[in-house]
Design a protein around this ligand. Structure first.
Ligand SMILES: *Cc1c(COP(=O)(O)O)cnc(C)c1O
Length: 383
């Protein structure tokens, strides 16, 4: 009998441990060297130049491929670098890409820029609407892009249903799993072909590295995406890879704390007279609750709610003590933002309105501080 493979939380803690054959360091060293010696002109070693391959970055990519259940992964200098390489690898000139109308703003800008440059055609659809599968069948895109839960309203896409509809028209499916991380959702197991991460968020988890990753279900796709990462020059540096691998060790424990704290805040806000709308997929009343409960292992650390007016939102954000008013998400520290004025400010008001981004909307990235402090802080800031 072979030993069972470690469970994900064990694999994350132990990723790359014991790999140092020179000194048997428990924690793997950082290989900062840009270049590696050839044994002789006919024999290049496993590594030659760090843009192409680097031992530290490789440990992180192996860990991420493992956690997402993929054949291989590429680690990039940003989430958008990962998305750029993925687009180049999965599309050819003139291909149609179907993507969520409420996807991450940087993704929206990148896809529009690719379309402007004549590389792809892009169409936007509502992926929280089950009828998106009819859109896929009718439009027959080459690439279907999805992101779930969405930002900032935490709408849910049924990954298995979208993947089945996409595969029926021979489309490739890419899923941005940044908001949940592999601790809570594995899109490849639900039928996606490729998973993208901004490791800047939960995977690193300490708000001190900008990075990204692409994990592919098949080895040929993983190799092709790696070829593009090397060719475009978007692979990550060794030090950032080291920090992200360190952050990854605590992913499962951190995510459990994020989920518990977010649920406690949602429970405290339930029925609160100042809260006009509360968005959290863990609430039974959330339109995506049943799908989220089926395809996720937890509801995540992101919460958004509407305070009715921009003035109320400004007053709330100004009174918080344990939430920093800042963009980004997924770090151990709690953050609060006003999507309309901050993360989604580039969207014209009518586009914001269509996407449900109201002037009173605030978004929390709930951290891992003490639950009682966070709940008390949110309630005090509302009063
Ligand atoms: C932050 C983010 C990105 C972009 O990643 P960067 O690391 O900032 O380049 C992509 N998708 C989602 C869902 C994100 O939150």
């Amino acid at each position: 009998m072979t030993d069972p493979s470690p469970r994900p939380a064990t694999a994350a803690v132990r990723a790359g441990l014991g790999s140092d054959t020179a000194y048997h360091a428990v924690v793997p060293p950082i290989y900062l060297s840009t270049t590696y010696s050839f044994a002789d002109l006919d024999h290049r070693g496993e590594f030659d130049y760090s843009r192409s391959h680097n031992p530290t970055r490789r440990l992180l990519s192996q860990a991420l491929a493992d956690l997402e259940g993929g054949a291989g992964a590429s680690v990039t200098g940003s989430g958008l670098g990962a998305i750029t390489a993925t687009l180049h690898a999965l599309t050819t000139v003139g291909d149609l890409v179907l993507a969520p109308h409420d996807c991450y703003g940087g993704t929206w800008r990148l896809f529009e820029a690719f379309a402007q440059a004549g590389l792809i055609h892009v169409e936007w659809a509502d992926f929280a609407d089950p009828a998106v599968t009819d859109v896929i069948a009718a439009r027959e895109p080459a690439l279907v892009w999805l992101e779930t839960p969405s930002n900032p309203l935490l709408r849910i896409t049924d990954i298995a249903a979208v993947a089945a509809a996409a595969h029926a028209v021979d489309a490739v499916v890419a899923a941005d799993n940044t908001f949940l991380s592999p601790a809570l959702q594995n899109p490849l197991a639900l039928g996606a072909d490729v998973v993208i991460h901004s490791t800047t968020k939960y995977l690193n988890g300490h708000s001190d590295v900008v990075g990204g990753a692409v994990v592919a279900a098949s080895a040929p796709a993983a190799e092709d995406i790696h070829w593009w990462c090397n060719t475009l020059g978007v692979t990550a540096g060794a030090f950032d890879s080291y920090l992200t691998l360190r952050g990854l060790r605590t992913l499962h424990r951190r995510v459990a704390a994020h989920c518990a704290n977010a649920a406690a805040i949602v429970a405290a806000l339930e029925g609160h007279p100042k809260v006009a709308a509360l968005h959290y997929p863990g609430r039974p009343g959330h339109p995506g609750h049943a799908v989220a409960a089926r395809q996720q292992r937890g509801f995540g650390g992101m919460v958004s709610f509407d305070l009715g007016s921009e003035a109320a939102a400004r007053a709330f954000l100004g009174r918080l003590r344990f939430f920093s008013v800042a963009e980004s998400l997924g770090g151990v520290e709690s953050l609060a933002c006003h999507p309309g004025l901050m993360t989604h400010a580039a969207m014209p008001p009518d586009v914001q309105a269509a996407a449900g981004i109201t002037p009173g909307l605030v978004r929390l990235s709930v951290g891992i501080e003490d639950e009682h402090d966070l709940v008390a802080d949110v309630l005090a800031a509302l009063d």
